[in-house]
Design a protein around this ligand. Structure first.
Ligand code: APR
Length: 242
């Protein structure tokens, strides 16, 4: 567990930081009751995220992939932001245009909490995209039809999510790069650090001379690289930083 000294040090670094960039992963939402991907509760039926969140899986069996997303949407809709999400909103309010949040989470809980300066680099589970005409729309229907179709062109809809094997959106990559190169403090919360490009962001921040602080229940492949690694739950530790 993080010691008092570590927490005081992290607070001091944050208090003196000019530009802060934050990266979050499933661990921050775990404290709201959303299962992580690689934890013990990460499986749906017998499938891992890597089995279903791919263009190939969707081409092979769109019904199965939509069933999984329907299940996740039903689960997420019952969850609310926790104190870690709320603290990041406060951070944004205090640091204003000197703070940027990058999240890998598609659950939308940062937006629900009130974060506005953020890149949802893996997309958002409450958005759908037409496989025919490409139109993106917000969709909060629960449950969705097993095979939802576009109102405009009637082609199959897909979740507006970046799947394994797909590239991040150009605009998000540009914004993240800008935020990483501008920051003097990079805070990494609740991510296993195995999925790229986000897994490489701590190295980029280090290259530009930023101080990197990690908050996670466990050690990660990034733990040796960071300046300060705080062990514990996001909902307990993140609020202590302000
Ligand atoms: N507080 C802090 N950290 C936590 C907590 C918690 N309460 N609970 C779990 N963690 C940590 C775990 O120790 C783990 O390191 O959160 C991390 C969750 O890791 P993953 O499940 O791999 O989630 P994430 O890193 O966000 O996954 C990245 O992979 O499946 C894809 O696209 C999906 O965005 C996702 C990406």
């Amino acid at each position: 567990m993080a010691t008092d000294d570590q927490i005081i040090l992290a607070r001091t670094h944050l208090a003196s930081a000019r530009n802060v960039t934050v990266l979050t992963g499933a661990g921050i939402s775990a404290d709201s009751g959303v299962p992580t991907f690689r934890g013990a509760d990460g499986l749906w039926r017998t499938y891992r995220a890597e089995d279903l969140a791919t263009p190939e899986a969707f081409a092979r069996d769109p019904r199965l992939v939509w069933e999984w997303y329907n299940w996740r949407r039903e689960l997420i809709t019952t969850k609310s932001p926790n104190p870690a999400h709320d603290t990041l909103v406060e951070l944004e309010q205090r640091w204003t245009d000197r703070m940027w949040l990058i999240t890998q989470n598609v659950d939308g809980l940062h937006r629900t909490a009130g974060s506005q300066r953020l890149s949802e680099i893996h997309g958002n589970i409450w958005k759908v995209r037409c496989t025919g005409c490409g139109v993106i729309s917000e969709n909060r229907e629960i449950p969705l039809p097993i095979l939802p179709t576009c109102r405009l062109c009637h082609a199959l809809l897909r979740p507006h999510i970046v799947w394994f094997g797909e590239s991040l959106w150009e605009e998000d990559l540009r914004r993240c790069d800008e935020a990483l190169r501008a920051c003097d403090l990079f805070l990494v919360i609740g991510t296993s650090g195995v999925v790229y490009p986000a897994a490489g962001f701590a190295s980029v921040a280090k290259e530009v001379g930023a101080l990197v602080i990690e908050i996670n229940l466990e050690s990660t492949p990034q733990s040796n690289l960071v300046d300060l690694s705080l062990r514990g739950r996001a909902k307990d530790l993140v609020p202590l930083l302000l």
